[in-house]
Design a protein around this ligand. Sequence first.
Ligand code: S3P
Length: 172
Amino acid sequence: VTNGGLDRSIVLVGMMGVGKSTIGRLLAGKLNLEFVDSDEEIEKAAGMPISEIFERFGEPGFRDGERRVIGRLIAEGPKVIATGGGAFINDETRGLIKEKCRSVWIDADLDVLVDRVSRRNHRPLLVGKDPRQVLTELSEKRTPFYQEADIHVRSDSGPHARTVNQILEALA
Ligand code: S3P
């Protein structure tokens, strides 16, 4: 598969633990595009882990950095970008993505998210909390925003490659 003349970045949005980075990497391989993870890029730019950014600058400081980094990634040229779960909730970041990219909402059942985040809990919004409760609340708040994405796919079970194929079909 070539990238079919894709001139826009493909931006993956959706809840923590849904598999945006794994799916994004596979998708980028299929489309011959560069893959980037916005959380990793924010950590590189700030020179510290996300958890420390939250501690030192709070969530607003993190969102600010997130918006700047995503803006820079988009401006660099077409790629596949996996975003952190809250990126598309920020009005400015969402506006930027909607204007300049194709957005893909990856969605899964709560049980799947809880299971996936529980394997590796490094997420500041979940530290010391019941992940099911936090994810339930966030998902309720965030779903109306995620629904604004151009494409909607599910990733409940089965190999991520299947979700990648669904995205490829929807992009064609
Ligand atoms: C967040 C999700 C995280 C990371 C930060 C905040 C969120 O990314 O950006 O911890 O608000 O949902 P993942 O979705 O990759 O876990």
